[in-house]
Design a protein around this ligand. Structure first.
Ligand SMILES: [Zn+2]
Length: 123
C-alpha cells in the first residue's frame, strides 16, 4: 500500500512540474512579439505615447471627450461623447497596426510596434 501511495505522489509531482513548464512557455510567448506602443493623436498632434506591457494599467481622459483605457498589451476607446460611437464600437486593439478613430473629435488611437527585429536582420 505504501509503495503505491509514493508512486501516486510521484505522478502528481511530475504533473505539477509539467504544468509549470507549460505555463512558463505560454507566458514567454508574448515577450517575442517585441515592444508595443499605444499612440493617442488629437487634432493631428501626438498627445500620448505609452509602451504597453503586461503590467500596463492606465486611463487617458481627453477632457471628457474620449476616455482611452490601456490594459496590459491592449488599448481601447472606452467612452466617447461623439454621436456615432464608431470609436467605442471598434473595440479592443491588440496588435500593431490596429487603429480606432473618432472622426467627430479628431482623435486617433493606434498601436505601433517597434521594428527592432527587422533592424537586427538588416544589420
Ligand atoms: Zn467617436
Amino acid at each position: 500500500m505504501r509503495s503505491k501511495m509514493k508512486a501516486g505522489d510521484l505522478v502528481i509531482i511530475a504533473a505539477v512540474l509539467l504544468l509549470a513548464a507549460v505555463i512558463a512557455a505560454v507566458l514567454a510567448v508574448p515577450q517575442r512579439g517585441g515592444r508595443l506602443y499605444a499612440e493617442v493623436w488629437q487634432q493631428e498632434t501626438l498627445v500620448e505615447r505609452v509602451e504597453l506591457t503586461a503590467g500596463t494599467d492606465r486611463v487617458i481622459d481627453l477632457e471628457g471627450h474620449n476616455v482611452i483605457v490601456l490594459e496590459g498589451r491592449t488599448a481601447r476607446i472606452a467612452r466617447a461623447d461623439c454621436k456615432d460611437q464608431v470609436c467605442v464600437r471598434t473595440g479592443t486593439l491588440t496588435r500593431a497596426g490596429q487603429v480606432a478613430v473618432c472622426l467627430p473629435n479628431r482623435v486617433v488611437l493606434k498601436l505601433v510596434g517597434d521594428d527592432s527585429g527587422i533592424d537586427a536582420v538588416a544589420v
